[in-house]
Design a protein around this ligand. Structure first.
Ligand SMILES: [Zn+2]
Length: 214
Protein backbone atom coordinates (compact mmCIF):
# COMPACT_ATOMS: atom_id res chain seq x y z
CA UNK A 1 0.00 0.00 0.00
CA UNK A 2 1.34 3.43 -0.95
CA UNK A 3 0.01 6.97 -0.82
CA UNK A 4 -2.28 8.21 -3.58
CA UNK A 5 -3.55 11.75 -3.82
CA UNK A 6 -7.27 11.92 -4.49
CA UNK A 7 -7.98 14.48 -7.23
CA UNK A 8 -10.35 17.33 -6.46
CA UNK A 9 -13.01 18.55 -7.00
CA UNK A 10 -15.12 15.42 -6.84
CA UNK A 11 -16.78 14.12 -10.00
CA UNK A 12 -20.56 14.15 -10.19
CA UNK A 13 -21.82 11.48 -7.77
CA UNK A 14 -25.14 13.02 -6.79
CA UNK A 15 -27.14 9.84 -7.57
CA UNK A 16 -24.76 6.96 -8.13
CA UNK A 17 -21.11 6.23 -7.51
CA UNK A 18 -21.21 3.55 -10.18
CA UNK A 19 -20.56 5.64 -13.29
CA UNK A 20 -17.93 5.70 -16.01
CA UNK A 21 -16.88 9.18 -14.89
CA UNK A 22 -16.17 7.98 -11.34
CA UNK A 23 -14.39 4.86 -12.57
CA UNK A 24 -12.19 6.88 -14.94
CA UNK A 25 -11.22 9.30 -12.16
CA UNK A 26 -10.46 6.47 -9.72
CA UNK A 27 -8.35 4.64 -12.30
CA UNK A 28 -6.36 7.80 -12.88
CA UNK A 29 -5.98 8.63 -9.15
CA UNK A 30 -5.02 5.07 -8.19
CA UNK A 31 -2.83 4.54 -11.30
CA UNK A 32 -4.95 1.54 -12.36
CA UNK A 33 -3.96 -0.36 -9.25
CA UNK A 34 -5.80 -2.08 -6.45
CA UNK A 35 -4.92 0.10 -3.46
CA UNK A 36 -4.72 -2.94 -1.15
CA UNK A 37 -2.57 -5.50 -2.97
CA UNK A 38 -1.14 -3.04 -5.55
CA UNK A 39 -1.69 -5.38 -8.45
CA UNK A 40 -1.58 -3.35 -11.65
CA UNK A 41 -4.61 -3.46 -13.97
CA UNK A 42 -6.28 -6.39 -12.21
CA UNK A 43 -8.71 -8.45 -14.29
CA UNK A 44 -11.67 -7.57 -12.08
CA UNK A 45 -11.75 -4.05 -10.75
CA UNK A 46 -14.24 -2.72 -8.20
CA UNK A 47 -15.24 0.74 -7.04
CA UNK A 48 -14.94 0.24 -3.32
CA UNK A 49 -16.20 2.07 -0.26
CA UNK A 50 -13.28 2.55 2.12
CA UNK A 51 -15.71 2.74 5.04
CA UNK A 52 -18.50 0.31 4.18
CA UNK A 53 -21.67 2.34 3.63
CA UNK A 54 -24.18 -0.27 4.82
CA UNK A 55 -27.03 1.79 3.39
CA UNK A 56 -25.70 5.18 4.53
CA UNK A 57 -26.26 7.55 1.60
CA UNK A 58 -23.51 9.99 2.56
CA UNK A 59 -20.87 7.27 2.84
CA UNK A 60 -22.13 5.69 -0.38
CA UNK A 61 -21.83 8.90 -2.40
CA UNK A 62 -18.81 10.51 -0.75
CA UNK A 63 -15.92 10.96 -3.20
CA UNK A 64 -13.36 10.67 -0.40
CA UNK A 65 -14.81 7.27 0.51
CA UNK A 66 -14.48 5.80 -3.00
CA UNK A 67 -11.38 3.70 -3.71
CA UNK A 68 -10.25 1.31 -6.42
CA UNK A 69 -9.64 -2.33 -5.55
CA UNK A 70 -9.49 -5.72 -7.20
CA UNK A 71 -12.38 -8.10 -6.63
CA UNK A 72 -10.19 -10.48 -4.61
CA UNK A 73 -9.22 -7.83 -2.03
CA UNK A 74 -12.65 -6.22 -2.05
CA UNK A 75 -14.28 -9.60 -1.24
CA UNK A 76 -11.93 -10.11 1.71
CA UNK A 77 -12.27 -6.57 3.01
CA UNK A 78 -16.06 -6.62 2.64
CA UNK A 79 -17.59 -5.02 5.77
CA UNK A 80 -15.07 -6.72 8.07
CA UNK A 81 -12.19 -4.25 7.77
CA UNK A 82 -13.39 -0.73 8.48
CA UNK A 83 -10.50 0.60 10.54
CA UNK A 84 -7.58 0.65 8.10
CA UNK A 85 -4.72 3.00 7.35
CA UNK A 86 -6.00 5.37 4.66
CA UNK A 87 -3.71 5.46 1.63
CA UNK A 88 -5.14 8.83 0.54
CA UNK A 89 -4.14 10.50 3.82
CA UNK A 90 -0.45 11.49 3.91
CA UNK A 91 -0.26 11.43 7.72
CA UNK A 92 -1.25 7.73 7.79
CA UNK A 93 2.20 6.86 6.30
CA UNK A 94 0.84 3.68 4.74
CA UNK A 95 4.08 2.45 3.23
CA UNK A 96 6.29 3.00 6.27
CA UNK A 97 3.88 1.98 9.06
CA UNK A 98 4.10 -1.60 7.88
CA UNK A 99 7.21 -3.47 6.75
CA UNK A 100 6.68 -5.42 3.52
CA UNK A 101 8.98 -8.30 2.70
CA UNK A 102 8.94 -11.22 0.31
CA UNK A 103 12.02 -13.22 -0.48
CA UNK A 104 12.15 -13.33 -4.28
CA UNK A 105 12.29 -17.11 -4.50
CA UNK A 106 9.73 -19.60 -5.85
CA UNK A 107 6.78 -20.39 -3.56
CA UNK A 108 7.74 -17.71 -1.01
CA UNK A 109 5.01 -15.90 0.91
CA UNK A 110 5.14 -12.23 1.90
CA UNK A 111 5.65 -11.23 5.52
CA UNK A 112 4.12 -8.07 6.97
CA UNK A 113 5.26 -6.45 10.19
CA UNK A 114 3.63 -3.48 11.92
CA UNK A 115 6.21 -0.83 12.85
CA UNK A 116 4.08 1.59 14.86
CA UNK A 117 1.60 1.32 17.74
CA UNK A 118 -1.68 1.61 15.87
CA UNK A 119 -4.91 -0.37 15.70
CA UNK A 120 -5.32 0.78 12.11
CA UNK A 121 -1.89 -0.55 11.15
CA UNK A 122 -2.64 -3.90 12.86
CA UNK A 123 -5.92 -4.23 10.99
CA UNK A 124 -4.26 -3.25 7.71
CA UNK A 125 -1.61 -5.91 8.26
CA UNK A 126 -4.32 -8.49 8.93
CA UNK A 127 -6.07 -7.55 5.70
CA UNK A 128 -2.82 -7.70 3.69
CA UNK A 129 -2.04 -11.15 5.10
CA UNK A 130 -5.46 -12.42 4.11
CA UNK A 131 -5.21 -10.95 0.61
CA UNK A 132 -1.71 -12.32 -0.09
CA UNK A 133 -1.63 -15.49 2.00
CA UNK A 134 -5.29 -16.26 2.75
CA UNK A 135 -6.46 -19.83 2.33
CA UNK A 136 -9.83 -19.57 4.08
CA UNK A 137 -11.63 -20.97 1.01
CA UNK A 138 -10.36 -22.99 -1.96
CA UNK A 139 -11.18 -20.09 -4.28
CA UNK A 140 -9.31 -17.58 -2.12
CA UNK A 141 -6.31 -19.92 -1.80
CA UNK A 142 -6.14 -20.01 -5.60
CA UNK A 143 -6.49 -16.24 -5.94
CA UNK A 144 -3.87 -15.55 -3.23
CA UNK A 145 -1.48 -17.95 -4.91
CA UNK A 146 -1.97 -16.21 -8.24
CA UNK A 147 -1.37 -12.82 -6.59
CA UNK A 148 1.87 -14.10 -5.02
CA UNK A 149 3.03 -15.36 -8.42
CA UNK A 150 2.51 -11.88 -9.88
CA UNK A 151 4.36 -10.35 -6.93
CA UNK A 152 7.33 -12.71 -7.23
CA UNK A 153 7.54 -12.17 -10.98
CA UNK A 154 7.60 -8.40 -10.48
CA UNK A 155 10.18 -8.55 -7.67
CA UNK A 156 12.40 -10.70 -9.83
CA UNK A 157 12.32 -8.11 -12.61
CA UNK A 158 13.12 -5.39 -10.07
CA UNK A 159 15.96 -7.41 -8.53
CA UNK A 160 17.50 -7.96 -12.00
CA UNK A 161 17.33 -4.24 -12.72
CA UNK A 162 19.23 -3.49 -9.50
CA UNK A 163 21.96 -5.97 -10.43
CA UNK A 164 22.10 -4.59 -13.97
CA UNK A 165 22.44 -1.05 -12.61
CA UNK A 166 25.60 -1.92 -10.66
CA UNK A 167 27.07 -4.22 -13.31
CA UNK A 168 26.90 -1.74 -16.19
CA UNK A 169 29.05 1.32 -16.71
CA UNK A 170 26.36 3.15 -18.60
CA UNK A 171 23.65 2.67 -16.03
CA UNK A 172 21.34 5.58 -16.93
CA UNK A 173 18.98 3.21 -18.76
CA UNK A 174 18.60 1.03 -15.68
CA UNK A 175 18.22 4.02 -13.38
CA UNK A 176 15.21 5.23 -15.38
CA UNK A 177 13.65 1.76 -15.09
CA UNK A 178 14.36 1.52 -11.35
CA UNK A 179 12.80 4.94 -10.76
CA UNK A 180 9.66 3.82 -12.57
CA UNK A 181 9.49 0.66 -10.42
CA UNK A 182 9.72 2.78 -7.27
CA UNK A 183 6.99 5.17 -8.35
CA UNK A 184 3.42 4.70 -7.16
CA UNK A 185 2.44 3.79 -10.76
CA UNK A 186 4.32 0.51 -10.57
CA UNK A 187 2.94 -2.83 -9.35
CA UNK A 188 3.66 -3.80 -5.72
CA UNK A 189 5.55 -0.56 -5.03
CA UNK A 190 5.51 -0.93 -1.23
CA UNK A 191 7.54 -4.17 -1.46
CA UNK A 192 10.08 -2.59 -3.81
CA UNK A 193 10.53 0.49 -1.65
CA UNK A 194 11.25 -1.76 1.33
CA UNK A 195 13.92 -3.63 -0.66
CA UNK A 196 15.64 -0.25 -0.96
CA UNK A 197 15.11 0.77 2.68
CA UNK A 198 16.40 -2.61 3.93
CA UNK A 199 19.81 -2.26 2.30
CA UNK A 200 22.03 0.64 3.36
CA UNK A 201 23.82 0.82 0.00
CA UNK A 202 20.60 0.78 -1.99
CA UNK A 203 19.04 3.28 0.37
CA UNK A 204 21.94 5.71 -0.09
CA UNK A 205 21.68 5.37 -3.85
CA UNK A 206 17.91 5.45 -4.36
CA UNK A 207 16.47 7.10 -1.25
CA UNK A 208 15.37 10.13 -3.25
CA UNK A 209 13.02 7.95 -5.30
CA UNK A 210 11.14 6.25 -2.48
CA UNK A 211 9.26 9.21 -1.01
CA UNK A 212 5.68 10.08 -1.78
CA UNK A 213 6.62 11.30 -5.20
CA UNK A 214 4.18 11.35 -8.16
ZN1 LIG B 1 -6.12 -6.32 -4.65
Amino acid sequence: MVYFEKSQPAPNISNTHNSQEVLDRLEKDFCNKCYICEEKEPQNINIEHFISHQGDRQLRLSWNNLFLSCRHCNDIKSTTFDNLLNCTVLSDYVDTSIHYYCQPMPKEKPIFKVLIVSDKAEETKELLEKCFNGEHTAQKALESSSLRSSLLKELRVFQNLLFDYYENQDNEYFLVKIKEHLSKRSAFTAFKRWIIRDNIHLENEFQQYIGNQP
